[in-house]
Ligand binder design. Structure first.
Ligand code: APR
Length: 243
């Protein structure tokens, strides 16, 4: 690897997208067999869709939530490589994921932000109470916070909503020495704009993906291939640079 000239004392921020979970058996969104090739975003992933037809939205998320358990979806070598980096990197790492699956935490990542929320949580539209949720969700469910029936929704960020913890993420991006984007097509903002923010600082930016993303030209270093290959190899190179 070309020398990164990054100080080990500087934190690393890693952004992940659906591509990192692909080899664990979960679909991406915009690949030709991706989720948005068979379902319309406007029908299942906006607040308006939930208002119009909550049953259809619940059905979509229930099916995806069931997959996580029924298919025994497990973290892969790329998720584990990020845990290895977290344990080894002196400056610390923050993983910011757009994924709503739990594979980073299952692998053991500690410093993790789910900017698009989590599949396995429900949030009440009436009182904002958040609760862990493993099974199906429906309009019959009652919020344990306020007792209201019918207001529970998946605790995920829909199109038109603001991603979670943006203040923390921006602060981390502005203070990092290295930004690594993994398995994301760079179609969805604000995540797609993180590389621009980082370019305003001294930090270096790396893209690891199956193919060049929308914003590939903005990265200092790019490596293309399946996440289970390119991520462990990159992490090993980074750790070797400490020696
Ligand atoms: N290894 C690495 N990258 C992969 C792999 C793989 N095995 N398989 C696919 N990819 C890449 C694709 O080439 C693509 O660039 O992962 C990327 C996935 O892109 P998207 O499907 O657009 O997923 P993502 O970028 O995470 O989407 C962002 O869009 O619909 C919303 O909320 C949803 O969080 C999601 C957001």
């Amino acid at each position: 690897m070309a020398p990164l000239s990054i100080s080990p004392d500087h934190p690393v921020v890693v952004l992940t997208g659906a591509g990192i979970s692909k080899e664990s058996g979960l679909s991406t969104f915009r690949d030709k067999d991706g989720i948005w090739s068979s379902v319309r975003i406007e029908d299942v992933a906006t607040p308006e869709a939930f208002q119009r037809n909550p049953d259809a939205v619940h059905d979509f998320y229930n099916k995806r939530r069931r997959l996580l358990t029924e298919q025994h979806v497990e973290p892969n070598a790329a998720h584990y490589a990020l845990v290895k980096l977290e344990l080894a990197w002196p400056g610390g790492i923050l993983v910011v994921t757009q994924n709503v699956d739990s594979l980073h935490e299952q692998a053991g990542s500690q410093n993790l932000i789910h900017m698009h929320g989590r599949h396995r949580e429900a949030r009440c539209n009436a009182c904002d109470h958040v609760v862990a949720w493993k099974g199906d969700m429906s309009t019959e469910d009652v919020c344990e916070g306020c007792g209201e029936r019918g207001g529970l929704r998946p605790n995920v960020v829909w199109f038109g909503e603001t991603p979670m913890d943006m203040d923390l993420i921006e602060e981390a991006l502005l203070g990092c020495g290295l930004f690594v984007s993994i398995g994301t097509s760079g179609n969805v903002y604000p995540a797609a704009g993180f590389v621009e923010l980082v370019r305003k600082t001294h930090a270096r930016a790396v893209e690891l993906n199956l193919e060049p993303s929308q914003g590939a030209a903005r990265f200092d270093i790019t490596r293309y291939g399946p996440a289970t290959e390119v991520v462990p190899a990159f992490v090993d190179d980074l750790i070797a640079s400490l020696e």
